[in-house]
Design a protein around this ligand. Structure first.
Ligand code: ATP
Length: 262
Protein backbone atom coordinates (compact mmCIF):
# COMPACT_ATOMS: atom_id res chain seq x y z
CA UNK A 1 0.00 0.00 0.00
CA UNK A 2 1.35 3.46 -0.83
CA UNK A 3 1.70 5.93 2.03
CA UNK A 4 -0.92 8.69 2.09
CA UNK A 5 0.45 12.09 1.06
CA UNK A 6 1.69 14.14 4.00
CA UNK A 7 0.49 17.72 4.35
CA UNK A 8 3.37 18.42 6.73
CA UNK A 9 6.66 16.58 7.21
CA UNK A 10 9.00 17.65 9.95
CA UNK A 11 12.43 16.10 10.41
CA UNK A 12 14.81 16.60 13.35
CA UNK A 13 13.44 20.05 14.18
CA UNK A 14 15.13 22.01 17.00
CA UNK A 15 14.71 25.45 18.52
CA UNK A 16 16.23 26.98 21.65
CA UNK A 17 15.79 30.40 23.20
CA UNK A 18 18.99 30.97 25.16
CA UNK A 19 19.32 27.94 27.43
CA UNK A 20 15.65 27.02 27.08
CA UNK A 21 15.12 24.26 24.51
CA UNK A 22 11.59 24.83 23.23
CA UNK A 23 11.56 22.14 20.51
CA UNK A 24 13.92 19.18 20.88
CA UNK A 25 14.40 17.26 17.65
CA UNK A 26 10.83 16.43 16.68
CA UNK A 27 9.61 14.22 13.82
CA UNK A 28 6.09 14.71 12.46
CA UNK A 29 4.21 13.36 9.47
CA UNK A 30 0.75 14.93 9.32
CA UNK A 31 -1.53 13.35 6.70
CA UNK A 32 -3.36 15.47 4.13
CA UNK A 33 -7.13 15.90 4.24
CA UNK A 34 -7.39 15.45 8.01
CA UNK A 35 -8.48 17.54 10.94
CA UNK A 36 -5.33 17.43 13.07
CA UNK A 37 -4.94 18.52 16.69
CA UNK A 38 -1.59 19.45 18.20
CA UNK A 39 -2.08 19.18 21.94
CA UNK A 40 0.22 19.74 24.89
CA UNK A 41 0.49 21.50 28.23
CA UNK A 42 1.54 25.15 28.60
CA UNK A 43 5.09 25.63 27.41
CA UNK A 44 5.18 22.28 25.54
CA UNK A 45 6.47 23.95 22.37
CA UNK A 46 3.30 24.02 20.25
CA UNK A 47 3.48 27.67 19.23
CA UNK A 48 7.21 27.42 18.54
CA UNK A 49 6.59 24.35 16.36
CA UNK A 50 3.73 25.97 14.44
CA UNK A 51 5.80 29.14 13.95
CA UNK A 52 8.65 27.11 12.43
CA UNK A 53 6.30 25.02 10.30
CA UNK A 54 4.63 28.12 8.85
CA UNK A 55 7.86 29.96 8.09
CA UNK A 56 7.51 32.59 10.82
CA UNK A 57 10.46 31.41 12.93
CA UNK A 58 13.73 29.98 11.66
CA UNK A 59 14.65 26.61 13.22
CA UNK A 60 18.10 26.01 14.71
CA UNK A 61 18.19 22.71 12.85
CA UNK A 62 15.95 20.39 10.87
CA UNK A 63 13.66 20.48 7.86
CA UNK A 64 9.98 21.20 7.31
CA UNK A 65 7.99 20.38 4.19
CA UNK A 66 4.45 21.64 3.70
CA UNK A 67 2.34 20.51 0.74
CA UNK A 68 5.48 19.03 -0.81
CA UNK A 69 7.63 22.18 -0.58
CA UNK A 70 10.48 22.99 1.77
CA UNK A 71 9.44 25.86 4.04
CA UNK A 72 12.88 27.42 4.25
CA UNK A 73 14.21 26.62 0.76
CA UNK A 74 11.02 27.61 -1.07
CA UNK A 75 9.04 29.90 1.26
CA UNK A 76 6.96 31.58 -1.48
CA UNK A 77 5.59 28.23 -2.70
CA UNK A 78 4.64 27.25 0.83
CA UNK A 79 3.11 30.60 1.75
CA UNK A 80 0.91 30.47 -1.37
CA UNK A 81 -0.51 27.12 -0.19
CA UNK A 82 -1.09 27.78 3.49
CA UNK A 83 -3.33 29.91 5.67
CA UNK A 84 -2.28 30.87 9.18
CA UNK A 85 -4.20 32.11 12.19
CA UNK A 86 -1.38 32.79 14.65
CA UNK A 87 -1.66 33.12 18.42
CA UNK A 88 -2.16 36.71 19.57
CA UNK A 89 -2.71 37.60 15.98
CA UNK A 90 -1.89 41.10 14.83
CA UNK A 91 -4.28 42.55 12.32
CA UNK A 92 -4.37 45.86 10.50
CA UNK A 93 -6.67 47.33 13.10
CA UNK A 94 -7.43 50.64 11.45
CA UNK A 95 -9.17 48.87 8.58
CA UNK A 96 -12.74 47.67 8.72
CA UNK A 97 -13.30 43.91 8.52
CA UNK A 98 -14.34 44.24 4.88
CA UNK A 99 -11.30 46.38 4.03
CA UNK A 100 -9.00 43.92 5.77
CA UNK A 101 -10.29 41.08 3.61
CA UNK A 102 -10.06 43.22 0.46
CA UNK A 103 -6.46 44.09 1.28
CA UNK A 104 -5.51 40.49 2.17
CA UNK A 105 -7.08 39.11 -1.00
CA UNK A 106 -5.25 41.57 -3.23
CA UNK A 107 -1.97 40.82 -1.42
CA UNK A 108 -2.65 37.18 -2.26
CA UNK A 109 -2.95 38.15 -5.93
CA UNK A 110 -6.66 37.37 -6.32
CA UNK A 111 -8.69 39.41 -8.85
CA UNK A 112 -10.75 42.18 -7.20
CA UNK A 113 -14.16 40.75 -8.15
CA UNK A 114 -13.23 37.36 -6.74
CA UNK A 115 -11.97 38.93 -3.51
CA UNK A 116 -15.26 40.82 -3.14
CA UNK A 117 -17.30 37.68 -3.75
CA UNK A 118 -15.34 35.50 -1.33
CA UNK A 119 -15.13 38.25 1.31
CA UNK A 120 -18.92 38.73 1.21
CA UNK A 121 -19.52 34.99 1.56
CA UNK A 122 -17.02 34.57 4.41
CA UNK A 123 -18.44 37.57 6.28
CA UNK A 124 -21.93 36.05 5.94
CA UNK A 125 -20.97 32.53 6.98
CA UNK A 126 -18.93 33.78 9.95
CA UNK A 127 -21.76 36.04 11.05
CA UNK A 128 -19.71 39.21 10.62
CA UNK A 129 -21.76 40.84 7.87
CA UNK A 130 -23.32 43.41 10.22
CA UNK A 131 -19.87 44.36 11.58
CA UNK A 132 -18.08 44.45 8.22
CA UNK A 133 -17.75 48.24 8.18
CA UNK A 134 -16.63 48.53 11.79
CA UNK A 135 -12.89 49.00 12.44
CA UNK A 136 -11.13 45.79 13.48
CA UNK A 137 -9.72 47.62 16.52
CA UNK A 138 -13.30 47.71 17.86
CA UNK A 139 -13.91 43.97 17.33
CA UNK A 140 -14.29 41.61 20.29
CA UNK A 141 -11.85 38.70 20.78
CA UNK A 142 -14.19 36.25 19.07
CA UNK A 143 -14.80 38.62 16.16
CA UNK A 144 -11.05 39.07 15.74
CA UNK A 145 -10.57 35.30 15.58
CA UNK A 146 -13.32 35.08 12.97
CA UNK A 147 -11.99 37.87 10.76
CA UNK A 148 -8.49 36.35 11.13
CA UNK A 149 -9.90 33.02 10.02
CA UNK A 150 -11.64 34.65 7.06
CA UNK A 151 -8.34 36.29 6.03
CA UNK A 152 -6.53 32.94 6.36
CA UNK A 153 -9.15 31.15 4.20
CA UNK A 154 -9.62 33.76 1.48
CA UNK A 155 -7.11 32.27 -0.98
CA UNK A 156 -8.43 28.72 -0.38
CA UNK A 157 -5.23 27.27 1.11
CA UNK A 158 -4.30 23.57 1.00
CA UNK A 159 -3.27 23.56 4.65
CA UNK A 160 -4.66 25.82 7.37
CA UNK A 161 -2.73 26.32 10.62
CA UNK A 162 -4.57 27.67 13.64
CA UNK A 163 -2.97 28.42 17.00
CA UNK A 164 -5.65 28.17 19.74
CA UNK A 165 -8.50 29.19 17.39
CA UNK A 166 -11.21 28.74 20.02
CA UNK A 167 -9.58 30.61 22.89
CA UNK A 168 -11.75 33.50 24.05
CA UNK A 169 -14.51 32.52 21.61
CA UNK A 170 -18.11 32.10 22.81
CA UNK A 171 -19.94 28.81 22.12
CA UNK A 172 -22.03 30.25 19.27
CA UNK A 173 -18.98 31.63 17.43
CA UNK A 174 -17.07 28.41 18.20
CA UNK A 175 -19.84 26.43 16.54
CA UNK A 176 -19.70 28.72 13.51
CA UNK A 177 -15.91 28.38 13.22
CA UNK A 178 -16.23 24.65 13.65
CA UNK A 179 -18.76 24.39 10.83
CA UNK A 180 -16.50 26.31 8.45
CA UNK A 181 -13.48 24.15 9.34
CA UNK A 182 -15.41 20.90 8.96
CA UNK A 183 -16.62 21.96 5.55
CA UNK A 184 -13.06 22.90 4.61
CA UNK A 185 -11.59 19.50 5.56
CA UNK A 186 -14.45 17.64 3.85
CA UNK A 187 -13.29 19.29 0.62
CA UNK A 188 -9.89 17.57 1.02
CA UNK A 189 -7.95 20.38 2.71
CA UNK A 190 -5.97 19.92 5.92
CA UNK A 191 -6.46 21.76 9.21
CA UNK A 192 -3.76 21.71 11.87
CA UNK A 193 -4.68 23.40 15.12
CA UNK A 194 -3.21 23.63 18.59
CA UNK A 195 -5.32 23.49 21.71
CA UNK A 196 -5.33 22.62 25.40
CA UNK A 197 -8.99 21.66 25.32
CA UNK A 198 -9.06 17.87 25.01
CA UNK A 199 -12.84 17.53 24.63
CA UNK A 200 -12.69 19.89 21.69
CA UNK A 201 -9.82 18.06 20.05
CA UNK A 202 -11.54 14.74 20.68
CA UNK A 203 -14.77 15.91 19.09
CA UNK A 204 -13.19 17.66 16.11
CA UNK A 205 -10.01 15.85 15.15
CA UNK A 206 -9.42 12.53 13.50
CA UNK A 207 -5.64 12.71 13.96
CA UNK A 208 -3.64 13.98 16.94
CA UNK A 209 -0.05 14.77 17.93
CA UNK A 210 0.73 15.08 21.63
CA UNK A 211 3.61 17.33 22.61
CA UNK A 212 5.31 17.80 25.99
CA UNK A 213 8.61 19.39 26.99
CA UNK A 214 9.59 20.04 23.39
CA UNK A 215 9.04 16.46 22.24
CA UNK A 216 6.33 14.54 20.43
CA UNK A 217 5.02 11.91 22.85
CA UNK A 218 2.50 10.34 20.45
CA UNK A 219 1.04 10.93 17.01
CA UNK A 220 -1.51 9.08 14.93
CA UNK A 221 -5.23 8.56 14.39
CA UNK A 222 -7.27 9.73 17.39
CA UNK A 223 -8.36 6.19 18.31
CA UNK A 224 -4.74 4.95 18.34
CA UNK A 225 -3.48 7.79 20.51
CA UNK A 226 -6.42 7.38 22.91
CA UNK A 227 -5.68 3.64 23.04
CA UNK A 228 -7.36 1.86 25.95
CA UNK A 229 -7.79 5.10 27.94
CA UNK A 230 -11.38 6.23 28.52
CA UNK A 231 -10.84 9.60 26.90
CA UNK A 232 -8.19 11.66 25.15
CA UNK A 233 -7.85 13.64 28.37
CA UNK A 234 -6.84 10.48 30.28
CA UNK A 235 -4.47 9.35 27.55
CA UNK A 236 -2.98 12.83 27.48
CA UNK A 237 -2.38 12.93 31.24
CA UNK A 238 -0.65 9.55 31.03
CA UNK A 239 1.48 10.62 28.07
CA UNK A 240 2.62 13.88 29.67
CA UNK A 241 3.03 12.24 33.09
CA UNK A 242 0.75 14.65 34.97
CA UNK A 243 -1.53 12.28 36.95
CA UNK A 244 0.21 12.80 40.32
CA UNK A 245 -0.39 16.56 40.26
CA UNK A 246 -4.04 16.36 39.33
CA UNK A 247 -5.43 16.82 42.88
CA UNK A 248 -3.32 19.82 43.87
CA UNK A 249 -0.65 17.68 45.55
CA UNK A 250 1.03 19.47 48.45
CA UNK A 251 -1.32 22.46 48.79
CA UNK A 252 -2.50 21.25 52.22
CA UNK A 253 -3.01 24.85 53.45
CA UNK A 254 -5.48 25.68 50.69
CA UNK A 255 -9.11 25.89 51.82
CA UNK A 256 -8.39 25.19 55.50
CA UNK A 257 -10.25 28.15 57.00
CA UNK A 258 -9.72 28.89 60.72
CA UNK A 259 -12.39 27.28 62.88
CA UNK A 260 -13.31 24.72 60.23
CA UNK A 261 -12.79 21.12 61.40
CA UNK A 262 -10.05 19.45 59.27
N1 ATP B 1 10.57 34.18 22.12
C1 ATP B 1 10.88 33.40 23.16
N2 ATP B 1 11.89 33.70 23.98
C2 ATP B 1 12.22 32.91 25.03
N3 ATP B 1 11.59 31.76 25.33
C3 ATP B 1 10.57 31.40 24.55
C4 ATP B 1 10.15 32.19 23.44
N4 ATP B 1 9.10 31.58 22.83
C5 ATP B 1 8.88 30.45 23.55
N5 ATP B 1 9.75 30.35 24.57
C6 ATP B 1 9.83 29.24 25.55
O1 ATP B 1 9.79 28.03 24.82
C7 ATP B 1 8.95 27.08 25.49
C8 ATP B 1 7.83 26.63 24.56
O2 ATP B 1 6.93 27.72 24.37
P1 ATP B 1 5.68 27.66 23.38
O3 ATP B 1 5.05 29.02 23.40
O4 ATP B 1 6.11 27.11 22.09
O5 ATP B 1 4.75 26.61 24.13
P2 ATP B 1 3.21 26.29 23.90
O6 ATP B 1 3.09 24.80 23.90
O7 ATP B 1 2.68 27.01 22.72
O8 ATP B 1 2.59 26.87 25.24
P3 ATP B 1 1.11 27.51 25.53
O9 ATP B 1 0.15 26.40 25.38
O10 ATP B 1 1.24 27.97 26.95
O11 ATP B 1 0.90 28.63 24.56
C9 ATP B 1 8.48 27.75 26.78
O12 ATP B 1 9.32 27.36 27.83
C10 ATP B 1 8.62 29.22 26.48
O13 ATP B 1 8.90 29.94 27.66
Amino acid sequence: MTEPAAAVRVHDLWKSFGRQTAVAGIELALPAGRFIGLVGPNGAGKTTTLSMVTGLLRPDRGTVQVAGHDVWADPAAVKARIGVLPEGLRLFERLSGRELLGYTGRLRGLPGAEVDKRAGQLLDVLDLASAQHKLVVDYSTGMRKKIGLAAALLHNPEVLFLDEPFEGVDPVSAQTIRGVLERFTRSGATVVFSSHVMELVESLCDWVAVMAAGQIRAQGPLADVRGSAGSLQEAFLELVGAQGRADGGTLDWLGNQPGTPA
